[in-house]
Ligand binder design. Structure first.
Ligand SMILES: [Zn+2]
Length: 463
């Protein structure tokens, strides 16, 4: 038995791990590298293994940094199945189709400019047809809590990871002659304070655990305090007569925010007024949430059973088309606008920022992680002026940063979860250096054997 990481080793994106046992090869996730040009260039590199040597792919969840290179794998000759939950299958389909569209749009713009200089540009990694061909290989029969037999010696059990809709952590049970192994891949683990997806399950004692470390060095702020901050920010903005802009990721964060706004409105803690979900992808994904009650928190499942919609309630307006979206521009106050992208690097949120960022009555509420170099990060850091579509804007709107809504477990939750794996050896992945080393130190303080995965290096029985 051996485990080799080909992505998310020493960094957060590009999750891709190989689990091998007596010649049987399982690929856990096949994600995109994201964040900067250098990393993105890696998506075009050849795989460091032969795609047609892999026996099966198992997918933990539908975030692009976990599923985004599946179409590339299929194009490169992979002919086997991709096993996951039915909710993850539906999420992945939308996420990959959107990625194909975004890549094509960026490619078309770059090509136009490059032609004027007599240059050529790299083609998109994949198109919509490639996504559809890939989706034909995705088998959504897995259910969290149930085991899937991969061959006579190896099974995988999916367990609720509580990160995004359908997300799983994976427990592999492997027999090699008289020896047996249990290897757990955490995938991305959820934060227990949130309500839309169920809390992560605890794992069983194992021999190895491959553990994500995104927030390995951090504690989240209290969830209740974050809800209170959200209510205060909205009330304050409406008193000033402005709009509230909430830049949001389309998967999970948008649904979380809608659910909390519903609760605040029911408790009469925020006034009535239109709430716009101004993102075609978020609208489609929210429909996937409603179609998969089995993957929701029991409270939301009960609401759906009673005919109540957790996400779409009176006052919520969906604006899938560009024309509908433009009508929002005429509203100067009293509206909450949820739009992508989550870090303000593109998408419709830029139009809403153009109309509101210079107005002292309006607010921007940042509820997600903002990476260095993004417009969202500039706002968090208090930039007095920003550029949007080449035009300079003064920042007069009030900027709120609310940190308690993360979809990832924090350091305490990661340690608590890892405790349940007994004395399993821990292989740390999916984190930046600081997070990886902080989590390693904490685990070693507890007497655990914890290693930071090196890309391409094999760990396992002979380790
Ligand atoms: Zn994720």
């Amino acid at each position: 038995m051996r485990i080799i990481s080909y992505g998310a080793a020493g960094q957060v994106t590009g999750s891709c791990h190989m689990l091998e046992s007596e010649g049987f090869r399982i690929l856990v996730d096949c994600g995109m590298f994201q964040g900067n040009r250098e990393l993105e260039a890696r998506n075009y590199a050849r795989f460091p293994f032969k795609p047609n040597d892999i026996d099966v792919v198992v997918l933990t969840h539908g975030h692009l940094d976990h599923c985004g290179r599946l179409p590339v794998l299929v194009k490169a000759g992979y002919r086997g199945g991709i096993i996951t939950t039915s909710a993850t299958r539906d999420v992945t389909r939308l996420i990959l189709l959107d990625a194909a569209k975004v890549q094509y749009e960026e490619y078309a713009t770059r090509r136009r400019k490059a032609r004027r200089r007599g240059e050529t540009v790299q083609e998109p990694l994949f198109d919509e047809d490639d996504v559809l061909v890939t989706m034909d290989r995705v088998d959504g029969r897995a259910r969290n809590g149930e085991r899937v037999q991969l061959n006579r010696r190896i099974s995988v059990t999916f367990h609720t990871a509580g990160h995004v809709l359908g997300s799983s952590f994976l427990e592999f049970n492997i027999r090699e002659g008289k020896r047996s192994w249990r290897v757990i891949f955490s995938g991305d683990l959820g934060n227990r304070s949130r309500h839309v997806v169920p809390d992560p399950e605890y794992p069983r004692p194992a021999d190895w655990v491959v553990l994500e470390s995104t927030y390995g060095d951090r504690r989240h702020r209290s969830f209740q305090a974050s809800i209170n901050e959200l209510a205060d920010a909205i009330n304050d903005t409406f008193r000033r007569g402005g709009n509230v802009i909430i830049p949001s990721f389309a998967l999970e964060r948008a649904q979380d925010v809608l659910f909390y706004l519903r609760a605040l409105r029911e408790e009469k803690r925020i006034p009535l007024g239109p709430i716009f979900l101004d993102s075609p992808l978020a609208i489609r994904l929210t429909n996937v949430y409603r179609r998969h009650p089995e993957a929701l928190d029991p409270v939301l499942r009960r609401m759906l059973d009673q005919g109540k919609d957790p996400f779409f309630f009176p006052g919520v307006y969906l604006t899938p088309t560009a024309e509908e979206s433009k009508t929002i521009n005429a509203i100067t106050g009293g509206a909450i606008i949820i739009a992508g992208s989550g870090m303000c690097t593109g998408g419709r949120v830029l139009h809403h920022l153009r109309h509101n960022i210079w107005r002292e009555e309006s607010s921007v509420i940042l509820v997600g992680f903002q990476a260095k170099g993004t417009l969202g990060r500039a706002l968090v850091d208090g930039a007095p002026k920003v550029r949007i579509y080449g035009e300079e804007f003064v920042v007069r709107a009030r900027i709120y940063t609310i940190n308690g809504f993360s979809a990832h477990a924090d350091q305490a939750e990661l340690l608590d979860w890892a405790d349940a794996t007994g004395d399993a050896r821990v292989l740390l992945v999916h984190g930046e250096d600081k997070a990886l080393t902080a989590l390693q130190r904490k685990l070693r303080d507890k007497g655990r054997e914890a290693l930071i995965a090196e890309e391409g290096r094999a760990y396992g029985d002979k380790h």
